[in-house]
Design a protein around this ligand. Structure first.
Ligand SMILES: [Zn+2]
Ligand SMILES: [Zn+2]
Length: 172
């Protein structure tokens, strides 16, 4: 069976100005993502627009995949969707340094979709934007339970002030 990400571009290349949409949900396994953070059991939602331009095809769109990430502040495992951006230029005879050569009437978008998804995985994910993280002193997860370290800190500050006061000459 042909990969759902292989597009016949014969019509597109014949008539500049035409376009085509590729909207498919594909099993993540097709992409061979090979990244433990990306879940294989959720389909990848691919939404790609192909537009025929003079001498080539512009391919833009998104690929949304499921990810299982570990919060960088509190270390909690959480699920989120990552949205890979696809923005490629294909040319019959590449004259643009960023263009990829078109070699046949079949355009296989598997690798650009794969790359887009992999690049979308955040390196330093947060379970939520305001995750308070773990207490630097006792390691407690501050999102679930305040640990009381702040109170101790305050007491320490007062203790330091008291110590200072003790060193001052009396009467000042
Ligand atoms: Zn977190
Ligand atoms: Zn603490």
């Amino acid at each position: 069976m042909a990969s759902p990400l292989v597009v016949n571009i014969l019509e597109l290349t014949r008539r500049p100005g035409t376009d085509k949409d590729l909207i498919v949900a594909i099993p993540a396994t097709i992409l061979s993502l090979d990244d433990p953070r990306l879940t294989d059991d959720q389909d990848v939602a691919v939404n790609i627009h192909l537009e025929s331009v003079s001498g080539g095809i512009v391919v833009t769109g998104t690929a949304v995949a499921g990810a299982q990430l570990s919060c960088r502040r509190c270390l909690t495992e959480f699920e989120m969707e990552v949205s890979g951006e696809i923005d490629e230029l294909y040319q019959r005879i590449p004259d643009n340094p960023d263009a990829t050569a078109l070699t046949s009437e079949q355009l296989d978008l598997t690798s650009v979709v794969r790359e887009g998804v992999l690049l979308a995985v955040p390196d330093a994910p947060l379970c939520r934007p305001d995750c308070p993280g773990l207490c630097p002193q006792c390691g407690a997860d501050l999102a679930t339970a305040p640990c009381g370290c702040n109170a101790v800190n305050k007491d320490d500050r007062w203790a330091a002030l008291d110590a200072l006061r003790d060193q001052l000459p009396p009467g000042q």
